[in-house]
Design a protein around this ligand. Structure first.
Ligand SMILES: [Zn+2]
Length: 291
């Protein structure tokens, strides 16, 4: 056993306890891994609660996921972690969990990519959604590969979330940051307003991110056409243009309408389904009475 391996086994258990304690996973969900050396990773075993792991439970595999050491088997989702290590030589640790707020956005198909928090622009940039893939198949690592080149945090459509970093705590803290961002975003939308940081201010924040040397796999971009292709090379942030104010009021799209209604102007009347049905019923009665 490498001298550092013992420490890493203990650190995985600690991250597992935190992930479980914060409700980012239920039951035996989630998995955590860390690079041991150029050719091996240390990973959590399958069918074990991440909140109750002991260092001896971990599995050592090669970069193809073949078990090298351990009494237990690695999770089938380890493939997704290996895809991250393949695409990102700078990454040392990967955390996958199902935090309820982030996963809610992943289920709703709403990426966490609006320019609402300066701190997020500095750190994660934005969090896109990797397309739905059947868990444990090769589809999932393929979906992750597309986005992980430019992002340290991803939502996995109808599944959960994934983060990576220079060490285990760094990868775990990004999961916390993402879930916190999801929570704040949800609250702002429930309050009915989401004032956004202007595109010009986002550019200034990007400049500061560079100045302070904040590590990021790709720069921020605010032009949606920059992320339309197959290879994602920047972190798309949706930010309104503004020559003057740095904060721009943005009407919030009602649930279910996605981005299409997000640009709707003030003064618009929005109806619930019940109100709309009542109006239609009224109109039908009117027409049949007139006929
Ligand atoms: Zn999962």
């Amino acid at each position: 056993m490498l001298p550092r391996e013992e420490e890493l086994r203990a650190e995985i258990c600690e991250v597992g306890r935190r992930v479980y304690a914060r409700g980012y996973v239920a039951s035996n969900d989630g998995n955590i891994s860390v690079r041991l050396d150029d050719r091996h990773v240390l990973a959590t075993p399958k069918s074990v609660s991440k909140g109750f792991m002991t260092p001896d439970m971990m599995v050592v595999t090669d970069m193809q996921g073949r078990k090298v050491a351990g009494h237990r088997d690695a999770s089938t989702e380890l493939k997704m972690h290996l895809a991250v290590y393949e695409m990102r030589p700078d990454v040392t640790a990967v955390v996958h969990a199902h935090p309820p707020l982030s996963t809610g956005f992943a289920v709703a198909g709403i990426p966490l990519n609006k320019s609402s928090l300066a701190e997020i622009i500095f750190s994660l940039g934005s969090v896109p959604i990797a397309e739905y893939a059947t868990p444990s198949t090769q589809e999932l690592p393929d979906a992750v590969k597309k986005y992980i080149t430019a992002h340290d945090g991803l939502l996995l459509a109808n599944h959960g979330a994934l983060t990576c970093g220079q060490d285990l705590m760094n990868a775990y803290f990004k999961m916390e940051t993402m879930e916190h961002f999801a929570q704040i975003t949800l609250v702002a939308r429930q309050l009915g307003r989401e004032n956004l940081i202007s595109r010009e201010e986002v550019d200034r924040l990007q400049g500061l991110r560079d100045f302070y040397g904040i590590k990021s796999p790709a720069p921020i971009c605010t032009d949606p056409s920059a992320v339309s292709g197959d290879a994602i090379t920047c972190q798309f942030v949706e930010a309104p243009s503004s020559d003057g104010p740095r904060i721009v009021p943005s009407p919030v799209a009602p649930p279910g309408l996605g981005g299409a209604a997000a640009g709707a102007g003030a003064g618009e009347i929005r109806l619930t389904y019940r109100e709309l049905a009542a109006l239609i019923a009224d109109a039908v009665r009117q027409v049949t009475r007139d006929a």
